[in-house]
Design a protein around this ligand. Structure first.
Ligand code: PEP
Ligand code: MG
Length: 575
């Protein structure tokens, strides 16, 4: 038994077997083989090579007709290389000499061969190094249980724990379908979109294991503590017992919190707080209503565009938004597309070409205003759906006022078109903006004058203000919602909203962490939007808070120059 540590991002505890999923370029696991099992490992290597040849041959047959002569030549060469007895013989000797697993032995052999080819003078021969890497990669995939041409999740057994180098949000949204038990990744941070999705699907997860997964192999029994970020590998009975009991305790604590579902989110001194839900999928509305959310504070529409070849057209979106509004029967804030950066999709368009630094590139409103074929169908669908409920439209990542100028012209055009076409819509849908770029936070008063509401997106606001990429595990330790700059920005956005007489809410992950509830209330927030699963915890904290007692400390906190005093004030407010 041993443990690995990372950043816990999902809820609860999962116990189950590991399933390694390898992505191109990802490291293979490396582990020792006891001397008496070395010959079995050599047999495993032979089996892996055999099934890689079979799979590639089948795949070859399937694509034969529609592929070109060039592709045939490449696949012929790959099959020849795979069948070369030298490849298996050399890798088998490495297993025997070093007593290591087959995947890693292949890796060593691959690197030696690649180096030989790369040092050749002839450019054609130098190119062969890539073929070697691909052929050996296919055999390694076979050994790890992934077959050529197969989706990486096919064949997953319910309850298995996905172990992989990195995951995109688009990978994660299929996890529910495959009833994945939990997932572990080397990369990633707690506020990456992948992590947010894991929380919304209530899948325990640990990210940022820093190459930790190289010590794991498919079939290893794992215990995942999604709160503490601890992975137990091959746990003994005593440890399993402790974790089973802990899982039961968590379940009981959740049930106990259910008791406050129908109680109001009102502080001890009588301030009401609106708790709304963040949802990723329209189906989550059921849970949001069950948790008594006052509405939807953030519907991220990106998942509608993921894992499909064609993006949804106006009609399809109209159907989805109308049903959602009708079913909710409470205010629903739908955010327009926030694609790009950490929210990539398959079959991206030219307008989504990869930027040098995607987080600072053409994402969200920038992408939408650039590509109206993407934006207009969504806006038209939203306007048309508005007659089915109480809709608010929210624009992500606004950073300058010209974007608002362009947006309002476009909305005017859409209203004119709908009217001319005799299609019903509500002309006065509140239009709000997410304050998640420091530029918008600093100039929030200017944005507040032009918008009907503001919502603070702390995930991005923290990323951009503290200059820490939200998906980079190496700088995760700097993620700090209580950094003085963040609290100051939040306070000034709340003040700007109040001065303009428009509501200000928060929909970043900070809003759903009960550790920050009091400081947010003390600074004046009265609407918090979060994953529906955490609404009871935040509500409980609100019900135990006396704003009158903590509010007077905010002034000193925001100007405290001494870090000791700063921490002391935070503690006095939060505890
Ligand atoms: C945010 O940035 O805080 C936010 C809510 O948006 P997302 O996490 O989808 O970028
Ligand atoms: Mg954001």
């Amino acid at each position: 038994m041993f443990t690995l540590h990372g950043t816990g991002v999902g809820f609860g505890i999962a116990i189950g077997p590991a399933r390694l999923i390898r992505r191109p370029g990802q490291e293979v696991p490396e582990y020792g083989i006891p001397p008496e099992q070395v010959e079995d490992e050599v047999r495993r290597l032979h089996d892996g090579v055999r099934s890689a040849i079979e799979c590639l041959s089948v795949y070859y047959e399937q694509i034969w007709r529609e592929s070109t002569e060039e592709v045939h030549a490449i696949l012929d060469a790959h099959l020849l290389m795979m069948k070369d007895p030298m490849l298996t013989r050399e890798s088998a000797s490495i297993i025997r000499e070093r007593q290591i697993n087959a995947e890693y032995a292949l890796q060593i052999h691959s690197e030696d061969l690649e180096a030989i080819f790369r040092n050749m003078d002839d450019p054609y021969m130098r190119g062969k190094a890539d073929d070697v890497a691909q052929v050996i990669g296919r055999i390694q995939d076979e050994l790890l249980g992934q077959h050529a041409g197969q989706s990486s999740l096919e064949g997953i057994v319910e309850g298995e724990i996905i172990v992989t180098h990195d995951l995109m949000p688009a990978d994660t949204i299929d996890f529910k379908k495959y009833r994945v038990g939990a997932f572990l990744t080397n990369l990633g941070g707690p506020i990456s979109h992948t992590a947010i999705l894991a929380r919304s699907m209530q899948i325990p997860a640990i990210v940022g294991l820093h190459e930790g997964i190289r010590y794991l192999k498919t079939g290893d029994m794992l215990v995942i503590d999604g709160k503490r970020g601890v992975v137990l590998v091959d746990p003994d009975e005593a440890a399993l017992d402790v974790y089973r009991k802990r899982a039961e305790k968590i379940e009981r604590a959740h049930q106990a919190l259910d008791a406050i579902v129908d109680k109001p989110a009102t502080t001890l001194d009588g301030h009401s707080v609106a708790l709304t839900a963040n949802i990723e999928f329209a189906e989550e509305i059921v849970e949001s209503i069950a948790r008594n959310a006052e509405g939807i504070g953030l519907y991220r529409t990106e998942s509608l565009f993921m894992n499909r070849k064609e993006f949804p057209d106006e009609e399809e979106q109209f159907g989805i938004y109308s049903t959602l509004l009708g079913k909710t029967g409470r205010p629903v804030t739908i955010r327009t597309l926030d694609l790009g950066a950490d929210k990539q999709v398959d079959g991206g368009r030219q307008s989504m070409s990869p930027a040098t630094n995607p987080a600072l590139g053409r994402r969200a409103i920038r992408l939408c205003l650039h590509d109206l074929t993407l934006f207009k169908p969504q806006l038209r669908a939203l306007y048309r759906a508005s007659v089915h409920g109480e809709l608010r439209i929210m624009i992500p990542m606004i950073s300058n006022l010209e974007e608002l100028d362009q947006l309002f012209v476009l909305l005017g055009e859409i209203r004119d078109e709908l009217e001319a076409g005799g299609l019903p819509f509500r002309p006065d849908i509140p239009i709000g903006g997410m304050i998640e770029v420091p530029a918008a936070a600093v100039a929030a008063d200017l944005f507040a004058r032009r918008l009907d509401f503001l919502s603070i997106g702390t995930n991005d606001l923290i990323q951009y203000t503290l200059a820490i990429d939200r998906i980079d595990d190496e700088v995760n330790y700097l993620y700090d919602p209580l950094h003085p700059s963040i609290l100051r920005l939040i306070k000034s956005v709340i003040d700007a909203g109040n001065a303009a007489g428009i509501p200000v809410s928060m929909c970043g992950e900070m809003a759903g962490d009960a550790a920050y509830t009091r400081i947010l209330l003390a600074m004046g927030l009265r609407e918090l939007s979060m994953d529906p699963a955490v609404i009871p915890q935040v509500k409980q904290k609100i019900r135990l808070t006396d704003i009158g007692k903590i509010e007077p400390m905010v002034g000193e906190l925001l100007s405290a120059g001494d870090s000791g005093r700063y921490r002391e004030l935070i503690e006095r407010i939060e505890i």
